[in-house]
Design a protein around this ligand. Structure first.
Ligand code: SAM
Length: 306
């Protein structure tokens, strides 16, 4: 008989006083790269799970929920059917994969600083990238995404920021600031849209999400927060779509379903008109916290997660 004692457990502290545990079936790979500690474990509930510096990044079972929520609200808020996309971070390649599902995409670039993480994901998480790195439309670069954005003059219809949290000494600290979001805005086409994962939206832990939201409002005319429950994280998760023109909160369920049919030709597993309405209708206490936040994150005063 299988009991909790049959397993070793992985413990992820969600906050300093709370956490979530996952039984481990096996450790697929573990490595210390130049930038971070990486593990892929297999769990009974979620299949393979990618963990960086002790934080769960994504799981096989909820891959479609997390990555569809991250990508499609922005792809559907791009004024024209998007022809180009940029992934900032992106490790496992699932974000890249979702962008490549649009037949209008001619070019998709992924810039992840950690080539070792990407190589190990290519080898051990084929279920997630599903060949996205080999698609002739895709290009993968291994460098700091901020440096890349500063140097390139290319414009993209869609940019998504799929980064690890800004841990102290981690590689992503200066990619959550007003200066960085200004660079992102300037690399978007005039009708372009961006999305990002913006941390948890659980009660008592809204400061990260609301500070990012406040910071983006300094930079973009349209900033639309939304959330989705990610069960393997053990908490609802916040995302934000920011655009120069289209407001996703004004796209009704029928419009989203029509856009998915027109732009993608095939339905998604998680995102549709109803999911869109649900996600963008954030609850009252989160709206209140978002309105009340005054902190603008800057290079001089970056946001650091402890
Ligand atoms: N899905 C995950 C989540 O939000 O929970 C995050 C996806 S992905 C694994 C995050 C990636 O960001 C990592 O592979 C990491 O190497 C990359 N990254 C961190 N700092 C970066 C930087 N400065 N430039 C480019 N990529 C960076």
């Amino acid at each position: 008989m299988i009991t909790p004692q049959s397993y070793k457990w992985f413990f992820e502290p969600t906050t300093n006083v709370e956490g979530h545990m996952h039984a481990i079936k096996r450790t697929v790979v573990e490595a210390q790269t130049k930038f971070q500690h990486m593990e892929i474990i297999e769990t009974p509930a979620y299949g393979k799970v990618l963990i960086l510096d002790g934080r769960i990044q994504s799981s096989q079972a909820e891959d479609f929920i997390y990555h569809e929520a991250l990508v499609h609200p922005g792809m559907l808020a791009s004024e024209r059917a998007p022809e180009s996309g940029l992934v900032i971070g992106g490790g496992e390649g699932a974000t890249l994969r979702e962008i490549l599902r649009y037949p209008t995409i001619k070019r998709a670039v992924m810039v992840d600083i950690d080539g070792e993480v990407v190589e190990l994901c290519k080898k051990y998480l084929p279920e997630m990238h599903q060949g996205a790195f080999d698609d002739p439309r895709s290009e993968t670069r291994h460098e700091d995404a901020r440096g890349y954005l500063e140097r390139t003059s290319e414009r993209f219809d869609f940019i998504t920021i799929d980064l690890v949290e800004p841990l102290e000494e981690g590689p992503a600290c200066l990619l959550f600031t007003r200066e960085f979001y200004t660079l992102v805005r300037d690399r978007l086409t005039p009708g372009g849209a961006m999305t990002l994962q913006a941390g948890m939206t659980k009660l008592g832990e809204l400061d990260f999400f609301t500070s990012i939201h406040r910071t983006l409002r300094e930079v973009f005319p349209v900033v639309a927060p939304y959330q989705t429950f990610i069960s393997c994280f053990g908490t609802p998760w916040g995302f934000i779509t920011a655009t120069k023109k289209v407001d996703p909160r004004k796209q009704d369920a029928a419009a989203i379903d029509r856009l998915i049919a027109e732009r993608m030709k095939s339905p998604l597993g998680y995102w549709d008109g109803q999911t869109h309405q649900h996600a963008f209708n954030v609850p009252k206490h989160i709206r209140a916290a978002t309105e009340a936040q005054t902190r603008v994150v800057t290079d001089a005063h970056p946001l650091i997660v402890t």
